[in-house]
Design a protein around this ligand. Structure first.
Ligand code: GLA
Length: 700
């Protein structure tokens, strides 16, 4: 065979060499025309003292062919067929995609490798399907998607985190050896976000070649980046299957989750640009195209203390502040007075809501707001009617002790009766009440997740998708927020059926700056739930002035998370101010091109959103400035030839401690050309730690 297949997108090329097996030989900048001698130019020598054959780093690297690093497929048939070697039997090639079928007749396995390069976003997605063509069962251990990297990709940026500290980044050299992350928590997890970046040495927000990866999957995963001893390198990602989790009978198939990837020659901004574009076009679908409504969520305002009259007062205050969607969080259902009981009993607590939920919803609606409700369908408390009636619906292993997590347990969604019960209950709520939004929570990890004794994370994850899909099919105008103790379930696959993420339970604006920055590499602002909390943050006890809280929240899908009834008039006026500012800019924020800038001050984040006619840039001073004076901010994303009206649209109102005289331009609008802004820049005031400002650049 031996030929080259050239897939092209708007800016990029992928070239696949198809010999006996397919191998990507280029993924990066656009190739105008593939040279006829290219096949010769890329022929590898064979080194001494190793195998006498060349071993391609194929689309599914095989142990059986002499790939000594992580293979793409692992498994066995009662101890045999554990090192398959595949040959191509069919290929479907289109301008942007290839689907290659491979078979090993000895091991009796068939693979379908699908690779699609999206034209407009340049995002590539890949998945593999395996079919057991034999009569006996095949025990699949692993089926992962592999994408190669060039040898100059020698620096890694990975993610770690925990509750209240999602999306933390870490850099490391990527030369010899590699990196591996295994997530066994049964949800996407705070700890192991399934994404990473590999780039040339020193790649930054604005500079350098980078390749970005994300596995769209909400269960367990393995994500790795390997450097072979011959220098070739690759990223590989797939579902982490427990022993015995996937046993394929005759003609049964297993399909891997999609691995998404993209390349950028202009640093991480080029990556987030592409992922955001892709998410907007192909992942998220909002039921309406109206602006994302500003939320008030009751959790930190009242916790479990639900009094309908008081909640209606909160709603009135919320509406006055400009809130557009009012969400009652945990505590509304029967027996739910604290976090130790009642999960599973999805019926209104009529002791608390003696006149029903209807008057509250009617009040919220009269105030011009939509109504949303918190649920946590996958969970059960031992102290609940559901558990008392169906103890066997719990996910776990018989005869073992199942530890509680937040005092609760997971339900077995593959149990069809349990699935139907959950569908019926949520369906009933959505039918009975005028609910347009569900905050769908999931607050614990899966331990010994067994269904009929077998490992069940795969099945549980699929069943969750099916449950959400079925509910949305019945109620297509309802929006869902994916929450999992904050950001424990944030990924592309769950986003196909949800509309917002609660990025973190941490409402501390300083922590949020880093969490939101990490999240912004993959997800656009309109799906990033960001709320103004009270002055003293509930999860850290740190205090922040409203300027820092307001600016931090207004850059995402904004909301407030507090009790407005208890807030002073001055604070409420400030909430209204930031809500109004958000509304003024939300079309831009939620459709523009997000970017982050490389800056001289390591204690500063500078980021913004670029629209057709206006760009806004936020400068957040996280800690003491690194230098006594700020360096000019050179804004590169403007058009060199255009003229801009430059105005400060948000500043800390408190007195400045580090500055006795501000630059004079702050009170006026400057007219500057893009060329001057790019090359010389703008000098900003000295910001005190934990404060922020926003500049607008409007094309004249
Ligand atoms: C989780 C969520 C919170 C809140 C509580 C309610 O912790 O992340 O936002 O909804 O559950 O119990």
């Amino acid at each position: 065979m031996n030929k080259l297949i050239h897939l092209t997108s708007k800016n990029h090329s992928i070239i696949v060499k198809v010999d006996s097996i397919p191998e990507i030989i280029h993924w990066g900048g656009k190739i105008n025309e593939v040279d006829s001698d290219l096949l010769f130019a890329i022929e590898r020598p064979i080194s001494q003292a190793r195998l006498d054959i060349d071993v391609p780093l194929s689309l599914c690297p095989e142990l059986g062919r002499g790939h000594f690093n992580a293979p793409g497929i692992e498994g066995h048939r009662n101890g045999t067929d554990w090192a398959p070697v595949f040959q191509i039997i069919d290929q479907q090639i289109e301008a942007q995609s290839i689907c290659i079928t491979l078979r090993d007749d000895i091991a009796q396995l068939e693979l379908l490798v699908e690779l699609h390069l999206d034209h407009d976003s340049d995002v590539v997605k890949k998945r593999i399907t395996v079919t057991n063509k034999g009569e006996s069962e095949y025990y699949l251990g692993k089926l992962s998607s592999t994408l190669p990297l060039p040898n100059h990709a020698n620096e890694l940026m990975t993610f770690h985190g925990r509750w209240c500290q999602e999306f933390q980044t870490q850099r490391q050299r990527f030369e010899h050896g590699g990196f591996m992350q295994q997530n066994r928590r049964g949800r996407t997890s705070h700890e192991n976000f399934p994404g990473l970046f590999v780039g040339e040495n020193g790649f930054s927000e604005q500079q350098g070649q980078v390749w970005g990866f994300h596995l769209g999957w909400s269960g367990n995963h393995e994500l790795r980046a390997d450097v072979r001893s011959d220098g070739r390198r690759f990223v590989q990602a797939g579902e982490l299957l427990f022993s015995g989790e996937c046993i394929l009978g005759a003609n049964e198939t297993y399909q891997s989750p999609w691995l998404y990837g993209c390349y950028s020659s202009n640093g991480l901004n080029g990556i987030s640009d592409r992922f955001h574009h892709y998410v907007r076009e192909h992942i998220i679908s909002f039921p309406t195209d109206k602006p994302r409504p500003v939320h008030l969520n009751t959790w930190e305002g009242i916790y479990f203390d639900h009094k309908p009259e008081y909640i209606m007062q909160m709603a009135s205050e919320a509406a006055d502040m400009g809130v557009e969607r009012f969400i009652i969080d945990d505590g509304w259902f029967i027996g739910r007075h604290d976090d130790k009981a009642a999960l599973g009993d999805w019926y209104l607590d009529e002791d608390k809501y003696s006149n029903g939920l209807e008057p509250v919803i009617a009040h919220v609606n009269e105030k011009g707001m939509e109504f949303g409700l918190w649920v946590e369908p996958e969970m059960v408390s031992k102290e609940s009617n559901l558990y008392r009636n169906h103890p066997d619906w719990m996910l776990g292993l018989e005869s073992y002790h199942q530890p509680s997590g937040r005092w609760q347990y997971v339900l077995d969604l593959q149990n069809t009766e349990c699935f139907q019960y959950l569908f019926d209950r949520i369906n009933d709520l959505l039918t009975r009440y005028n609910i347009t939004y569900l905050k769908w929570d999931m607050n614990r990890e899966l331990v010994q997740p067994g269904h009929n004794g077998r490992p069940a994370v795969h099945g549980q994850t699929k069943a969750l998708y099916a449950l959400v899909d079925k509910l949305l099919a019945q109620h297509p105008s309802v929006e869902i927020e994916s929450c999992s103790s904050g950001g424990g379930r944030i990924d592309f696959e769950i986003l196909k059926r949800t509309h917002r993420f609660w990025a973190s339970d941490c409402n501390d604006a300083l922590e949020r700056q880093t969490i939101q920055r990490g999240m912004s590499y993959f997800f656009p602002p309109e799906v990033m739930g960001a709320h103004i909390g009270p002055t003293e943050c509930h999860s850290t006890n740190r205090q922040h002035h409203i300027n820092m809280r307001g600016v931090t929240a207004l850059g995402g899908h904004m909301g407030v998370e507090l009790d407005p009834v208890k807030e002073a008039e001055e604070e409420k006026a400030a909430f209204s101010h930031y809500i109004a500012l958000h509304k003024k800019y939300r079309d831009l924020l939620h459709s523009g091109r997000s970017f982050r800038m490389d800056v001289a001050d390591k204690n500063q984040y500078v980021y913004g959103v670029q629209g057709e006619d206006e760009t806004i840039v936020t400068v957040c001073q996280l800690a003491m400035p690194s230098y006594a004076l700020p360096s000019p901010l050179r804004i590169t994303c403007v058009d060199a030839d255009a003229k801009y009206a430059v105005t400060l649209i948000e500043m800390p109102k408190a007195s400045f401690q580090l500055m006795k005289q501000a630059p004079k331009w702050l009170d006026q609008t400057l007219t500057l050309t893009g060329n001057n802004l790019q090359e010389i820049g703008l000098i900003l005031p000295i910001l005190d730690p934990e404060s922020a400002l926003i500049v607008s650049l409007k094309k004249i």
